[in-house]
Design a protein around this ligand. Structure first.
Ligand code: SF4
Length: 154
């Protein structure tokens, strides 16, 4: 049995939005995190096993912002008005929203394809997941996520 990739729901959604529409693996980030490795694995194998993580995940482990077991980065609260200034706290907030929306709990295991199918069924309305993000950005994300899901499940 394959070892699952621990992933926070919002990180999976970010990968769907940014990398599935073109099926292109991103270059390694200067921050050192593992988005490129996880995206590559998901694009290469739609049955890649994932495990829902809350607070941090396997993408975070090599990141320069992963300090003492949590993200030490910050949120631009002039852009995301009302969001907590700590990225760790913000990630907890949006991942609990995603879990409620997609009926997921920490530790649940599902494949990349199954995660995408849940997003396809229930992911559409971004307003209640990202109310702190400007509406124009959310509208753009909905289109990108739809394109990513369609490309991945085709
Ligand atoms: S530690 Fe923070 S900045 Fe780095 S990958 Fe994780 S959430 Fe992103």
């Amino acid at each position: 049995m394959q070892t699952p990739i621990r992933i926070m729901p919002h990180h999976f959604v970010d990968i769907v939005r940014a990398h599935f529409p073109t099926a292109q693996t991103p270059p390694p980030s200067p921050l050192g995190h593992d988005v490129h490795r996880v995206a590559e694995k998901l694009l290469h194998d739609k049955n890649t096993l994932l495990q829902v993580a809350i607070g941090s995940d396997d993408i975070c482990i090599p990141c320069t912002h992963f300090v003492g077991g949590r993200c030490d980065s910050t949120i631009d609260t002039t852009f995301r008005k009302g969001a907590p200034p700590s990225m760790h706290d913000y990630n907890l907030l949006i991942d609990h929203r995603w879990c409620r929306r997609l009926n997921l709990s920490e530790g649940d295991r599902l494949t990349g394809r199954q995660f995408c199918e849940r997003l396809q069924d229930d992911g559409g309305n971004m307003a209640s997941i990202y109310p702190e993000t400007p509406a124009a950005t959310r509208t753009q994300w909905v289109e990108q996520i739809r394109a990513g899901i369609a490309a991945y499940l085709a």
